[in-house]
Design a binder for this molecule. Sequence first.
Ligand code: MRU
Length: 350
Amino acid sequence: MIHTLEWTAAGVRFIDQRKLPIEETYVTATTPEQVADAIQTMVVRGAPAIGVAAAMGIALAAKNSKAESVADLKREIDHTAELIAQTRPTAVNLFWGLQRMKEKFEQLRIRPITQIKDALVEEAQRMHAEDIAANRAMGRHGATLMPSQGGVLTHCNAGALATAGYGTALGVIRAAVEQGKKIHVYADETRPFLQGARLTAWELMKDNVPTTVISDNMAGAMMRQGKIGAVVVGADRIAANGDVANKIGTYTVAVLAKEHGIPFYVAAPTSTVDLACPDGSQIPIEQRNIKEVTHIAGKQMVPDGVSIENPAFDVTPAEYVTAIITEWGIARAPYSESLAELIGKAQVEV
Ligand code: MRU
């Protein structure tokens, strides 16, 4: 079991994903500011994981608070939520996590402060457990779509490391393997941050799932050679019409998959679906430091002064998406109907 992040008596403990796979080290954030920093610097990354981290940041603010009135505690929680909201703009799970904690606080505000604090810590831990359960459910639904044998391509890391555990896209692959399907994973290395080469490969090797790492520009050739039977990726935000924001390069993979007649699946919890966002053009795309592109392992690779772009995500239009796998079932086009139906189902059952 990979412990991506967990609530401990000392604070929020993260595996430091910047160091993997070379070093398996852990850092403990003891203040909400340190949680915000861990999200921003990608100690913790992946949409569901940062949603849970954001909630734990609020829980930490409550736990550490010296406020003597509920109004003062609320001010501190709002301040922490604003701070964490500034860290990364694309994954809607981060804002979902903050919102859920704020709503919990509103439900609790008539109680004594100590009870509010304890209940907020419990809520963040519940979100951690729910995320793992959602991933297992997604795995059960999605495994039915996986080929009984052969290559499955994934991009970035949508595994245990990107969630509280088990993973979304890799959860689907794990569930298929647990059912006896003979899957060989092709993991795009995922320039520039190398989540595929460093993180997906690391966690699949730990689970003995046969894996081949390819550089991003090899995916088309692998498809043409008949090595890929399906593609499954995660998502950072899914708009109401089914457009999907995910790690930069996902769109390229989706276009290639369509050209080769290969199904392109997206696995994501309903906390990643943003019904308030009508289509992908409205999704904010994070622009990261250009050094991630210009430097590899601290060494400069491009000439000084050249123009560089580093968008961390792209948007895959819904027409390229064969199906969206959620914890509540599988959505297919037209997504404006199927996603709203699944979210409605989730709200009734919770
Ligand atoms: O920049 P990152 O590493 O946070 O980006 C992660 C991704 O794009 C993942 O594919 C996505 O968050 C889904 S994770 C289950």
